[in-house]
Design a protein around this ligand. Structure first.
Ligand SMILES: Nc1nc2c(ncn2[C@@H]2O[C@H](COP(=O)(O)OP(=O)(O)O)[C@@H](O)[C@H]2O)c(=O)[nH]1
Ligand SMILES: [Mg+2]
Length: 208
């Protein structure tokens, strides 16, 4: 296999913070961040961090029936995007599912995994991360001086990560790796997200 970057697709509900996550990892503001109710990401876009790492931002689901249909089509096209001498491999190596810590409704996450990802990519290439951990527990217990959760919020987030893993397993049958929680906005645990990705770089290309 020749030199090519690791290609990671960001996927999740609208407003979960995919674009902010991309910017936090890149320490730039290349990806447009949404404000109020207007989702900013309508198309797939790729962002090269360096020669070895590329992130793909995607439009978020939960954006109305017709928009969602078009978003799913674009995401599926990206999952089918080929590379290789004979176009035998898929360009996307890993899918990073971004969940919002203050959501109680995981319906979008379940259908993303079951209906969009699993038909196209192996379960061991699906990673789940919990963003906006500063906003869990209604924003209480976040220390704005150190930009870290206090011990009560940490305990809550540890339990939430376990609970999300369990509920995804029960609903989709996928045994995901324990999700990492972080705050893209305040730059907390971004290195944990990167570690999760690095620890799960697939050994082989993805056969289409
Ligand atoms: N409090 C908080 N807000 C966040 C965080 N990440 C993103 N946001 C905000 O959530 C909104 C949606 O973010 P965006 O990255 O556009 O979400 P996307 O639709 O998934 O790409 C923006 O107003 C962000 O500033 C976070 O970690 N904590
Ligand atoms: Mg976005």
């Amino acid at each position: 296999m020749g030199a090519r970057p690791l290609d990671v697709m960001l996927i999740g509900g609208t407003g979960t913070g995919k674009s902010t996550t991309l910017n936090a990892i890149f320490q730039t503001d290349t990806a447009k961040v949404g404000h109020s109710f207007a989702p900013e990401t309508m198309n797939v876009s790729d962002h090269m961090l360096n020669d070895i790492f590329r992130l793909w931002d995607t439009p978020g689901l939960g954006d109305g029936f017709d928009n969602d249909k078009s978003h799913v089509r674009k995401i599926t096209e990206l999952l089918h995007k080929p590379y290789g001498k004979y176009n035998e491999y898929g360009i996307i190596d890993l899918a990073l599912v971004v969940v919002d810590a203050s959501t109680r409704d995981l319906g979008t996450v379940y259908s993303l995994i079951a209906d969009v990802l699993l038909p196209n990519i192996n379960a061991d290439r699906i990673l789940t991360v919990i963003n906006q951990c500063d906003m869990a527990m209604s924003g209480r217990h976040w220390d704005f001086y150190s930009n870290t959760p206090d011990s009560a919020l940490k305990a809550f987030l540890d339990e939430q990560a376990e609970s999300i893993r369990r509920r995804i397993r029960e609903t989709t049958g996928v045994n995901i790796i324990l999700p990492v929680y972080y705050s893209a906005e305040y730059g907390y645990n971004i290195e944990k997200v990167l570690d999760l990705i690095i620890d799960h770089i697939p050994k082989e290309c993805r056969k289409l």
